[in-house]
Design a protein around this ligand. Structure first.
Ligand code: ADP
Ligand code: MG
Length: 359
């Protein structure tokens, strides 16, 4: 029966998303919101293109008995229009970080600017406004975003009513269309698959044209094909509406398909991978080998500290806590500090560096 086919298509196939047309009104509403955003008070200091800037960000959770250092001096800069995936093992601080950016929780120390605003200086009412108009949030557990006994359309209409949009139903339908769910507008949420509910959750997050969309493990409870389809939704929002997107995931397959991947470890950003230009087209990403497609970077913090992946240290036989640094031309070479073999011939730059530091 064709009806059943439609259901399967909505759940599993992403082509309807790629092909769905974004209405001019919807496009305009986002462009208008973005034009306003250029007036952020800190824009001049930060540069027009910065969406998120955090420096030495610290978050301490205090309970009666313990203190948990959930973020330990995190550094990250995300430009407007970027699509970033954050990965890291459980407990590394990913959700904590996303909650800080989303204004759901307050950081303890450091600096955090989003969309030209200083999140440390926001009053409660500014924070409410920020959560309503600047960021949209999608959780893994969509029970947090959705009302199970309302229809898809009613769910999406709710947050639109709180914003300053006039034609509520039209906009809700536009958003449902954008996420490929217009044909399910009258279905109750509890009659939908996990992937479909996530699409509705994305539509809700977009209700008031956020500039930044945050998603915490959005594909955490769906299968691989559904996860791919959801990624297509995010990609479309990013490329066609210019929404900056940060998703937290431990779905390695998903992370492989995102251009910039930031790794977190112990409450810090530890390294980064940027997809190589020749793989930036998603259609080229089918069946690739990870190592060939991403360049790997380590994060340098304010104090000049770098975290080197254990596998790399093991590969050069580092066992203790000493490594040797040699400056050579425009490279710094890291080698095993316990090797007391013949000292290598110093290069010109290294020699200059030594002389300068002796003086
Ligand atoms: P992730 O999302 O990467 O799994 P989280 O950000 O949830 O990590 O947690 C980072 C650390 O902070 C963990 O040690 C966690 O137990 C702790 N933590 C998170 N939220 C709270 C909280 N509300 N109160 C106390 N500790 C917390
Ligand atoms: Mg988490």
């Amino acid at each position: 029966m064709s009806n059943q086919n439609d259901v399967d298509k909505a759940t599993l196939d992403a082509s309807d998303i790629r092909d769905s047309v974004i209405s001019q009104e919807l496009r305009d509403s986002f462009m208008k919101a973005y034009a306003k955003s250029q007036q952020g008070e800190l824009e001049d200091q930060l540069g027009d293109n910065v969406m998120i800037l955090c420096e030495n960000l610290v978050k301490i959770y205090k309970t009666k008995e313990t203190e948990v250092l959930a973020l330990q001096g995190l550094e990250l800069k995300v430009e407007r229009g970027e699509f970033v995936a954050i990965i890291g093992s459980s407990g590394s601080g990913k959700s904590t970080f996303l909650n800080m950016i989303g204004g759901l929780d307050r950081p303890s120390a450091g600096k955090l600017y989003v969309d030209g605003k200083d999140l440390f200086k926001m009053t409660e009412s500014q924070l409410v406004d920020y959560k309503k108009n600047t960021v949209g949030f999608v959780w893994q557990n969509n029970a947090r975003n959705l009302f199970p006994y309302l229809t898809a359309l009613q769910n999406v209409e709710l947050p639109i009513r709180f914003g300053d949009n006039k034609d509520v139903e039209k906009r809700a339908l536009d958003l449902l269309n954008l996420v490929g769910m217009a044909h399910k507008k009258d279905s109750k949420l509890n009659q939908m698959s996990g992937g479909e509910q996530q699409r509705i959750a994305i539509a809700i997050a977009l209700a008031n044209q956020p500039k930044l969309l945050l998603a915490d493990e959005p594909t955490g409870s769906v299968d691989q094909r559904t996860s791919d389809a959801l990624l297509d939704v995010f990609r479309k929002l990013n490329t066609e509406l210019g929404i900056t997107i940060v998703i937290v995931t431990h779905d390695i397959n998903l992370a492989k398909k995102v251009k910039r991947v930031v790794m977190m470890r112990d409450g810090k950003t530890s390294s980064e991978r940027i997809i190589k230009q020749e793989y930036a087209d998603p259609s080229l990403l089918k069946g690739f080998v990870e190592e060939e497609t991403h360049d790997e970077f380590a994060i340098l913090d304010r104090a000049g500290r770098v975290q080197i992946p254990r596998e790399m240290l093991d590969a050069i036989g580092v066992k203790g806590n000493r490594i040797r640094l040699v400056l050579e031309d425009d490279k710094i070479i890291v080698s095993n500090g316990e090797d007391n073999g013949e000292e290598e011939e110093p290069s010109g730059k290294q020699e200059k560096f030594r002389r300068k530091n002796k003086a």
